[in-house]
Design a protein around this ligand. Sequence first.
Ligand SMILES: *Cc1c(COP(=O)(O)O)cnc(C)c1O
Length: 225
Amino acid sequence: MSIAQQIAKIQLELTPYASKLIVVTKTRSIDELLSVHTCGTLDFGENRVQEMVEKQAQLPQDIRWHQIGHLQTNKVKYIAPFVHLIHSVDSWSLLAEINKQAAKNNRVIPCLLQMYIAQEDTKFGLDKQEAIDILQNPALTQLENIQIVGLMGMASFTSDTDQIRQEFKLLKGLFEHFKSQQTGVGSGRVAWNEISMGMSGDYLLAAQEGSTMVRVGSAIFGPRA
Ligand SMILES: *Cc1c(COP(=O)(O)O)cnc(C)c1O
């Protein structure tokens, strides 16, 4: 199947759900990204800053760029002028730096807190208490150039779909807890809208479990080299 056919298939599968497709374009060529753009799909996810910056400069300006991979503080400045949503905020210091660089660019950058939900010790992310510490930090109200709009998580790398489903339920449960408690909302910097979960192997499961954004790469382009 072509890229366009794969995207059409996934969009159709997602139709019953409130989950939006983010096409993960890391390692893919400019021509492949142009094929995606031609389909009218405008949300692109990258995990390396340098690659995102290089591609952004060469591609149509209506593309919405999502930073989905671990973000180093010293690289925020390169994406701050244009990034649409940062999915991978995992520390207060990173959030403060995003705020600083967003202010320099006269904009507000939407962010997700990346939560640790997998049963592996290889993935980045916050536990519940660490997220609460950020959301209830009195200084959050002063970060006027960021907005925390939800949570992101990555399930374990396993074929055990029961385990993956449990991990998605954990993230959804955390989200519903924060939303019902209005955690952080009083700061004026938090709105509980988005749950970014689901990748090529588990996007349908994630959509069923309440994801609002799935991040899909290899199911569209084939395996990465
Ligand atoms: C690479 C990546 C994805 C997409 O992975 P696929 O298996 O190719 O769909 C999703 N999320 C993050 C954070 C990634 O780094």
